[in-house]
Design a protein around this ligand. Structure first.
Ligand code: HDE
Length: 719
């Protein structure tokens, strides 16, 4: 390339980046125009008159309130209507703004403008949990929602997915039943914080298609540490269409740059009691600290030959996943969340997503779960906002022009001008688009709407096969956690028949050893091998089977080596004799280089006698919030023997140890303290020079998993 043309190429590149950035900024400008700063203003009524509404109008200092106090009446009336109905599912959620950048030009695949070369679009992502209501715990065991709205130049593109790759059912007609069965039991009103038991397991027994998804939820994948370490999955197959009308089928994923991290169930229950907003606090604080989480947008592609099958996988059945190692996903772009919302109600609460919000170049397939989703989301948004005009709210409004004749209704904010209210028209109103205007909502060339006689069909598949493969990829400890989760859930059903049916019909069809282990722990009858409905399909799990962690995405995710420690939190235990400024200094540069934050935890907050400042106390925090624990070195060698730890510090360290976390005891006193705790020389426990111990702990944090040798496991031969 000549010198001049190289310069042109560089300039063209610079200008295209600037204009792509301008597109993203359009949404920011639109949102900024809606911001309202009331700092320092004087309180007024809604009709703009200054009134003191802090003290109500009364007939004398000991007299009745006056009906004439319309100002306070209006204040109360507004307050009484301050909430919109919570979402019927995914009620508990939070989110943030960010950007989506295309990795290149994908016009060969799709006409979608957000996948053009250099395209940068503003986005909002809302994370949620399905079952818990507003006020529940975000860390509960559940399927987590991962919904993203891309405010692209050519319209809003919504990706409304979950953190797991499969689902519980295949037909939208079953969704109301599923939700009724998993939410609190209708007669009792509990449990409100998580999935119900008797009704849910009765439903699951009738829906074997959900066996794989349920096992995912009951494994450690069902309790992600936070949203930064969680993926998003589209579950269904979708359709890309390029400008020539060529259709390519795809399944989409958001893959977290940080890899996956899970909690353990004991931590989950404690976190729920101590900070039910652990996940939103983690996201909010990291974004506020400039540690922006990233995900790559990846797609599995399938040729559209009209069969909706790919190597034996049925692409119209959403509970069936296609393993990553058979169809490795192609990375198309990057999502970065970098801006916290200004107002929780106006943004994460008021945003409404819909899988039907697609742009030119993205479309659907005849998957009966997806097809019902195409109507349900707009319907529920209309109910929640009280009007179909909810799309005009700042967080929902596209940056692409919106012009139509859908008029009036509650809270119509626009004053439409002109006489025409119909399309087509010849009197100066909204005109019809040309025939080639959109490739959204189109099917494959030549596709028929119907493929057989009208009827109510049931999908057929080997529903237990995927669950069995998943079970066989779990290592000994992940397997034990999953068995314990089945025991916890089924052990709370309180109806022996429902429990036994689920064990016999589903678990025994997946794996006899799994079924027997679960049954053994909850006093149910242990089924015989091969007695499940899938007969000879049942197998005895074999501990010598190869553990193919990569075989089914996102299986083995809890075993995955972590890519980074960004945004993790560690605690240093200190008191008036334990923990020195030298400890803190030695660790700080290493921790901050990896963007790991340090909290000094002591019996009281503030300056300790050692000169170290404690930012948290055993009352204000808990070991379950930290990824690793350090014990400070003894500031004085006053002959302390044993662990030298008071009861609070001891509990803090030993509970974290029980949860498999790395423990580092600093300085020359470290090994003595650890031997007092009887955990010296155990894997994942370090002592000695502060910088070296900090390095060891950071390495352990980035390692494949916590230290599982510390957990008890079943003696399988005795079952
Ligand atoms: Fe949803 N789902 N869903 N869902 N879903 C809703 O829409 C529905 C399904 C998902 O942060 C609701 O605005 C039906 C699969 C997420 O605001 C509602 C069916 C997947 C969110 C609804 C499904 C999802 C929702 C409730 C079966 C993963 C939260 C409030 C046919 C691919 C979005 C709302 C947010 C929310 C209906 C199944 C993901 C009622 C009928 C499969 C992430 O419209």
């Amino acid at each position: 390339m000549g010198q001049v043309s190289r310069w042109w190429a560089i300039l063209a590149g610079v200008f295209s980046i600037v204009s792509a950035q301008d597109v993203a900024n359009q949404k920011i400008d639109q949102l900024n125009a809606a911001l309202k700063d009331t700092a320092g203003t004087i309180d007024t009524t809604d009709n703009g008159v200054q009134v003191n509404t802090s003290n109500s109008l009364r007939a004398g200092p000991r007299g009745y309130n006056l009906l004439e106090d319309t100002a306070v009446r209006k204040k109360m009336l507004h307050f009484d209507r301050e909430r919109t109905p919570e979402r019927v599912v995914h009620a508990l959620g939070h989110g943030a703004y960010g950007t989506f950048e295309s990795y290149g030009d994908f016009s060969n695949l799709t006409a979608a403008c957000w996948l053009r070369d250099g395209a940068v679009s503003e986005v909002f992502t809302r994370f949620s949990v399905v079952v818990a209501s507003v006020g529940g715990s975000e860390s509960g065991r559940d399927t987590h929602g991962f919904a993203t709205k891309i405010y692209s130049e050519c319209g809003n593109q919504d990706f409304v997915g979950n953190h797991l790759s499969s689902f519980f059912i295949n037909d939208g007609a079953d969704f109301p039943d599923l939700v009724h069965a998993v939410k609190y039991e209708a007669d009792k009103g509990f449990p409100t914080g998580g999935t119900a038991h008797r009704t849910a397991y009765d439903f699951f027994d009738h829906h074997p298609e959900g066996a794989f998804q349920l096992m995912n939820v009951l494994s450690d994948l069902g309790i992600p540490r936070d949203v930064r370490h969680m993926s998003g999955n589209g579950v269904h197959t979708f359709r890309f269409i390029n400008a020539e009308g060529k259709s390519t089928l795809f399944k989409w994923f958001w893959l977290p740059k940080l890899g996956h991290r899970s909690l353990f169930y004991d931590e989950v229950t404690k976190i729920a009691g101590k900070n039910n907003n652990f996940q939103r606090v983690d996201l909010y604080n990291n974004i506020a600290a400039g540690i922006y989480p990233e995900w790559e947008f990846a797609v599995q592609l399938f040729p559209d030959d009209g069969s909706y099958m790919w190597r034996g996988y049925d692409l119209l059945i959403p509970t069936v996943i296609v393993p990553f190692d058979e169809n490795p996903p192609m990375k198309l772009g990057r999502l970065t969340l970098n801006r916290n919302p200004n107002n929780f109600f106006a943004e994460p609460e008021s945003i409404s997503f819909a899988p039907s919000n697609v742009v030119d170049g993205v479309s659907f397939v005849p998957d009966p779960l997806l097809q019902w989703r195409l109507m349900s989301y707009d319907d529920t948004a209309t109910h929640r906002h009280g009007s179909p005009n909810g799309f005009t709210l700042p967080v929902n409004r596209p940056i692409a022009p919106v012009n139509n004749n859908y008029r009036d209704g509650y809270m119509q904010p626009y004053i439409y001008e002109g006489n025409s209210t119909s399309t087509p028209n010849s009197i100066g109103g909204v005109q019809e688009p040309g025939a080639d205007a959109t490739l959204a909502y189109t099917a494959a060339a030549g596709e028929q709407a119907g493929s057989g006689p009208i009827g109510r069909y049931v999908s057929q598949y080997d529903w237990f096969g995927q669950a069995r493969t998943f079970w066989n990829t779990l290592d000994k400890f992940a397997e034990q956690h999953t068995v314990d989760a089945y025991r916890f859930e089924l052990g709370n059903v309180g109806d022996a028949d429902v429990v036994q049916r689920y064990i016999n019909n589903t678990l025994n069809s997946i794996d006899n050893c799994l079924a027997r282990r679960v049954a053994f722990g909850i006093g149910s009858t242990m089924p015989e091998m091969g007695s499940g409905p899938s007969g000879s399909g049942t197998i005895q799990s074999n501990s010598s089977m190869p553990k193919t962690f990569s075989s089914l995405y996102p299986l083995g995710a809890t075993q995955e080596p972590h890519k980074s420690n960004e945004g993790l939190q560690v605690a240093l235990i200190a008191n008036d004799t334990l923990g020195t400024q030298a400890d803190v200094q030695a660790m700080m540069s290493l921790l901050s280089a990896q963007q790991v934050s340090l909290t000094v935890v002591a019996p009281r907050i503030g300056m300790l006698k050692t000169g170290v400042t404690a930012n948290a106390s055993f009352i204000t925090t808990s070991d379950v919030f930290f990824d690793a624990i350090f014990i400070g070195s003894l500031a004085t060698t006053n002959g302390t023997s044993g662990s030298g730890l008071d009861m609070d510090s001891y509990n803090f360290v030993m509970e974290a140890y029980g949860h498999g976390k790395a423990i580092g005891a600093l300085g020359s006193s470290g090994s003595g303290i650890l031997s007092g705790l009887a955990i010296q020389s155990k894997p994942g426990v370090y002592s000695g020079d502060a910088a070296r111990v900090a390095n060891d702990v950071l390495d352990a944090l980035a390692g494949p998993v916590r230290f599982p040798e510390r957990f008890p496991t079943d003696d399988v031969n005795a079952i």
